[in-house]
Design a protein around this ligand. Structure first.
Ligand code: URP
Ligand code: ZN
Ligand code: ZN
Length: 466
């Protein structure tokens, strides 16, 4: 085990910024040493990293990824190996991925299966949420065993009838169980039954292009499902976390519930902050690259989402990273938008895109760290091991150059997908070095990680509950 001194940088945490050196001993942060102007290096170490002019951040935590996820007759294109490597390039040091229960299978067998996919393959730490798609007496009982195994959050779907969809009754039962056990229910809030009717009408009328994916999933049906989920959670007294929020009307429902003192939380994703329905409407089937659910919205929604991040009605930014290649995967939906696999790549660029929001005056530096690292750690039971630069925490540290210029492109990104949703976008800021538990995964712009360094994180309960 060796020691590292990160000297000369500006430490940025959710609590503010500080000129300080950070001493790492083995896998942990040993000390944060405030620096007087002009003072000499304050500690000895095996290695000194000069972070002058750079930010020193707690590693990013992306609580919503789908590596090698079975979906729409295919699998998302990043494996745990390629996806965690790409995450590290972008300053993310922890992902929480979703184990997906297939109907008729057990939650515990599902968890074993996902452990087998990830074990030995990740270059950064990882945890799991559990997708519950089959609510019955056995699976309800198994939720407690999942919690004991470090999986404290359960995602359910009001969308995708016939696949992951759960009825209101099933959702209520799972919420009651989660409430008894101290777990959080995560919700994909779209009214899938109504959406399927709109999809059938569009296809029958010959409207088959990708833009119809957005037009058949109107914001009102996200808002309606969000409100219904909030009501069910209130009846069950269950903590609720709405995933991938895209619509301002849905955000209003969350804000009202939070104002009323309910344990309701929500995340959004960079694609909803930076992209819009115009991208889904790109010609020549290019729009398929932007098919995800909920869909990209008209631009007006973006301002509401940025405001929600500032007011904390949106607490977290995750990526919902679920990449499908344009060739052979998105192309499955040529001539029928409903067959385009849902999902977009993003795990590599979350920190950068949010930093672009800082540069544009939409978020403060501290809020950038809070929504991308500190709150995710608290929300999913990892704090203070993760999400903060403090003595005793894991040495998951990102050295970030706020002046560097980069152009996002499939030619240079590290995700295993043949397009970038942000092709050609020029942004300011870039990761220089990413440490995962004291080990340089990205070292001065070079990948030095190893598949298998990343460890499974057994998580505790949500740390925000009233
Ligand atoms: O389109 C999306 N969001 N794909 C991933 C699965 C999900 O619903 O999160
Ligand atoms: Zn979802
Ligand atoms: Zn997702």
């Amino acid at each position: 085990m060796s020691s590292i001194l990160i000297s000369g940088g500006t430490v940025v945490t959710a609590a503010g910024t500080q000129d300080a050196d950070v001493l790492v001993d083995g896998e942990k942060i040993a000390a944060v040493l405030p620096r007087e102007p002009g003072a000499a290096v304050a500690a000895a170490a095996d290695r000194i990293i000069d972070a002058t002019g750079k930010y020193v951040l707690p590693g990013g935590i992306d609580v919503h990824t789908h590596m090698e996820m079975p979906f729409g007759g295919t699998f998302s294109a990043d494996t745990f190996e390629t996806g965690t490597r790409a995450a590290a390039w972008g300053g993310t040091t922890t992902i929480i991925d979703f184990a997906v229960q297939a109907k008729g299978t057990s939650l515990l067998a599902t968890l074993d299966k996902w452990h087998a996919k990830a074990d030995g393959n990740c270059s950064i730490d990882y945890g799991f949420h559990m997708i519950v798609s089959d609510v019955n007496d056995t699976t309800l009982k198994e939720m407690d065993a999942c919690i004991a195994a470090g999986v404290n959050s359960f995602k359910m779907f009001m969308a995708y009838p016939g696949v992951f969809y759960a009825t209101d009754g099933e959702i209520l039962l799972a919420m009651q169980q989660a409430a008894r056990s101290g777990a959080t229910v995560m919700m994909h809030a779209e009214n899938g039954i109504a959406i399927d009717q709109l999809v059938a009408q569009a296809l029958a009328a010959g409207r088959t292009d990708p833009v119809n994916h957005g037009l058949t999933r109107p914001p009102e049906l996200e808002a309606e499902a969000t409100s219904r989920a909030i009501t069910l959670a209130k009846v069950a007294n269950c903590p609720l976390y709405i995933v991938h929020m895209s619509a301002s009307q849905a955000l209003e429902a969350v804000a009202e519930a939070r104002d009323g003192g309910q344990n309701v939380f929500a995340e959004t994703c960079p694609q909803y902050l930076f992209l819009s329905l115009d991208d889904l409407a790109r010609p020549e089937f290019e729009g398929s690259k932007f098919v995800c659910s909920p869909p990209l919205r008209p631009k007006e929604h973006q301002n509401s989402l940025w405001r929600g991040l500032r007011t904390n009605d949106l607490s977290v930014v995750s990526t919902d990273h679920c990449p499908f290649c344009f060739k052979d995967q998105k192309e499955l939906g040529r001539g029928d938008f409903s067959k385009i696999p849902n999902g977009m790549p993003g795990v590599e660029h979350r920190m950068d895109l949010l930093h672009a929001g800082v540069a544009a005056g939409r978020l403060t530096l501290s809020r950038w760290v809070e929504v991308s690292s500190t709150t995710p750690a608290r929300m999913f039971g990892l704090y203070p091991r993760k999400g903060v630069i403090a003595a005793g925490s894991d040495a998951d540290i990102v050295i970030y150059d706020p002046q560097a210029r980069q152009t996002l492109s499939a030619a240079t990104h590290h995700m295993n997908v043949d397009y970038s949703a942000y092709e050609g976008l020029e942004i300011t800021g870039q990761v220089v070095t990413t440490l995962s538990r004291g080990r340089a995964v990205i070292d001065d712009g070079q990948y030095q990680g190893t598949a298998g360094h990343g460890a499974f994180l057994a998580r505790g309960p949500n740390q925000y509950l009233l």
